[in-house]
Design a protein around this ligand. Structure first.
Ligand code: GDP
Ligand code: MN
Length: 381
């Protein structure tokens, strides 16, 4: 789960990280009022779940409350990477002498939280990592001990030569690590961490992604979910108990089990197609789940063909067949569908489908090739 910058800042502020004050506005009027309360130059920032807002015109400085209103007017409602801006953060503007990057990610390779810090902050860290990796210090943290003081100082000195600044940064590293662990993060990032002309070290941007598996035991974090800022299809899928990730291709995939869903996407690509989504209807699927899955897949106008790939273990393939029949009766399909199923109650499933005018096969390669051909109008290999 992604949370907004302003929410991440609240968590980090509570952990002690120095962050300029700010408030949320949903209208230009509110933005002006907040800027007036702050009484200094402000920065107006789009609150959407993507990076690179600055480059997209979603971060603007304003010297007066009137200007804050104008900037908010321009930013509210704008679209950044497909997401509409519904809220802006109006924060006291910082004067910047230098910008650094500080982040922690949960790393699969080392199976640990890994700090990544760089004095080349502000811009895309991916670019720094690709072109000048020596400018990034990576430091895995043993979760049994947490961030030890000498490690924090090492990170601080990698960013700043000056002792006072290195110490200030080290303190912030500790606070960020605490927040990362306590909030169940898979990623926590401050970019940029800035030094002001007065020599203070402050965080002016924050990003946190929470591991969904950590939410059940963290109700105060779970409530931070902003469904209005998420892809509508992903919200619908979650509420229907489906695991769904929207992708950019045109083969809509409906699969049971995450492993088979991954294998299906691989095979779609292997045969020259592009999956429109990852969708796992789960182990013991009932017809209702299939109905929901089809509704979500067909809502995506990119989808040119639908591929069902079901391996019946706990899942009964006749349940899936009934789901397909029910769903397409209430909501006739506008695109072709290719059905592959095998396993539990396979014969019954085939019978249900054939009686209702569908064809189905039990061969995965064949089904995927057909779906790719239908989606690409026969152009794929
Ligand atoms: P992002 O583009 O989504 O990462 O948004 P950021 O909050 O990181 O802002 C992008 C850039 O805008 C920063 O790297 C800064 O250069 C600039 N910026 C953001 N906030 C301030 C501020 O308070 N004062 C000044 N002078 N520049 C800012
Ligand atoms: Mn940033």
């Amino acid at each position: 789960m992604n949370i907004h910058e302003y929410q991440a800042k609240e968590i980090l502020r509570a952990a002690g990280v120095p962050i300029p004050p700010g408030e949320i506005a949903t209208t230009p009027d509110q933005a002006e009022a907040i800027a007036r309360r702050i009484g200094k130059a402000v920065v107006v920032k789009a609150q959407v779940h993507v990076g690179g807002r600055g480059k997209a015109g979603g971060v603007k400085l304003a010297k007066s409350p009137e200007e804050a209103r104008e900037k908010a007017q321009a930013i509210l409602g704008m679209s950044i990477k497909g997401l509409t801006v519904q809220k802006v953060l109006v924060a006291e503007a910082a004067d910047i002498a230098s910008e650094a990057y500080v982040g922690i990610i949960m790393d699969r390779a080392s199976k640990r939280p890994v700090f990544m810090v760089s004095a080349a902050g502000g811009i895309d860290i991916e670019e720094v990592a690709a072109t000048t990796p020596e400018k990034i210090l990576k430091l895995p943290i043993d979760p049994r001990y947490g961030l030890l003081p000498f490690q924090a100082m090492r990170l601080g000195f990698f960013l700043y030569d000056d002792l006072a600044k290195a110490r200030a940064a080290a303190r912030i590293m500790g606070q960020l690590y605490r927040a990362f662990v306590d909030s169940g993060c898979s990623l926590a990032e401050i970019n940029p961490l800035v030094v002001t002309p007065a020599g203070e070290v402050v965080a002016i941007d924050a990003k946190m992604a929470i591991d969904d598996n950590e939410l059940d035991r963290r109700s105060s974090i779970a409530v931070l979910r902003d469904e209005s800022a998420e892809a509508p299809s992903e919200v619908q899928a979650r509420n229907a108990g489906l695991t769904f990730i929207k992708l950019d291709g045109n083969v809509g995939c409906c699969v049971n089990g995450a492993g088979l869903a991954m294998a299906t996407m691989d095979l779609v690509k292997y045969y020259g197609g592009e999956p429109a989504n990852f969708l796992d209807i789960g182990g013991s699927s009932n017809p209702e789940k299939v109905v929901n899955a089809l509704r979500i897949i067909t809502a995506d106008t990119n989808v040119k063909a639908i591929l069902f790939n079901i391996f019946g273990g706990i899942t009964r393939t006749d349940d899936v067949a009934n789901g397909i029949v029910t769903a397409t009766k209430t909501n006739p399909l506008q695109v072709p569908i290719v059905i592959r199923l095998t396993g539990t109650n396979e014969e019954l499933a085939m019978k249900i489908l054939t009686e209702n005018g569908f064809s189905a096969s039990s061969d995965m390669d064949e089904a995927v090739q057909r779906a790719v051909a239908l989606a690409t109008g026969g152009k794929a290999a």
